[in-house]
Design a binder for this molecule. Structure first.
Ligand code: NI
Length: 268
């Protein structure tokens, strides 16, 4: 594992995933010791909501979200919303997500996805929490729903749309989540976004265990690879890696409403 002198904030990972069942207990402390000061473990479905919450209670540097991914939002009942609401009141729960629209897989009818997206945005507003947005092949509908029902604080996870739309999002208070894709040679769209959008609006994420950056593409991802994302951003922006780490750390604190003392004070 590459040792980093700099503190990094992992804004989006899935350590509840079964791919970590064999080594989660060794991996999380190791990541933390190597400079990953905080990790937000993102919920997707019923099981991951429970597991993310449990991880956040166990590790001081792990935070959780509550929420149902658009591919997992079919069949949600009032009881699911009651559970989300109860968990969201816990101090280790920092956002509602990942929620949104996914027209690529179309696992859930689009009308249902839209309804559940809006209901979860309403929950975030009620609980005064930011949102983590997943949007795939649904640029305009996502934008329209967020314009009508958005909470004005959140992150566009794995941002992959146009630079023009990115400008609209940052104007409305959203951060752009930049992950391993920015290290891929052919990722022209996201590189153009990173070049055009000021660093004050970007946060680092890996989406572990998915989207492993170069040069480890194809292997299981982990937050140890965040540094490659930071390096790619630094190269595009013509700045140094330390600046990228520090500014995106600050941005992540602002996004999730955390203060540095609380994140770094006790444990680093
Ligand atoms: Ni994710």
């Amino acid at each position: 594992m590459k040792k980093s002198e700099m503190l990094l904030f992992e804004t989006h990972a899935h350590y509840d995933d079964e791919q970590y069942d064999g080594d989660r207990e060794e991996l999380l402390p190791l990541l933390h010791e190597s400079g990953i000061a905080a990790i937000v473990n993102i919920a997707c479905d019923e099981e991951s909501n429970a597991r993310a919450f449990a991880l956040a209670q166990r590790y001081p540097y792990v935070f959780a979200t509550v929420g149902y991914h658009p591919c997992d939002c079919g069949g949600l009942t009032d009881a699911h919303f009651d559970t989300m609401r109860a968990r969201a009141a816990n101090e280790k729960v920092v956002a509602v997500g990942e929620i949104g629209l996914d027209y690529h897989w179309d696992d859930v009818p689009r009308a249902v996805q839209q309804e559940m997206f809006i209901r979860q945005l309403d929950l975030a507003r009620d609980m005064d929490l930011p949102v983590v947005i997943h949007s795939r092949e649904a640029a305009q509908d996502t934008f329209d729903i967020l314009r009508g029902h958005g909470v004005g604080r959140g992150v566009m996870h794995c941002y992959a749309y146009s630079t023009e739309m990115a400008r609209e999002y940052i104007k409305r208070g959203y951060m752009l989540g930049i992950g391993g894709v920015v290290t891929f040679k052919n990722a022209k769209t996201v590189k153009a976004v990173v070049e055009a959008i000021p660093l004050e609006h970007l946060v680092l994420e890996t989406d572990s265990p998915y989207l492993t950056p170069s040069p480890y593409r194809g292997k299981r991802n982990s937050s140890a690879h965040l540094i490659y994302v930071a390096e790619a951003i630094a190269k595009i922006k013509g700045t140094d890696v330390a600046t990228v780490c520090e500014q995106t750390f600050e941005n992540a604190l602002r996004l999730y409403g955390l203060d540095r003392q609380r994140v770094c004070g006790a444990s680093i």
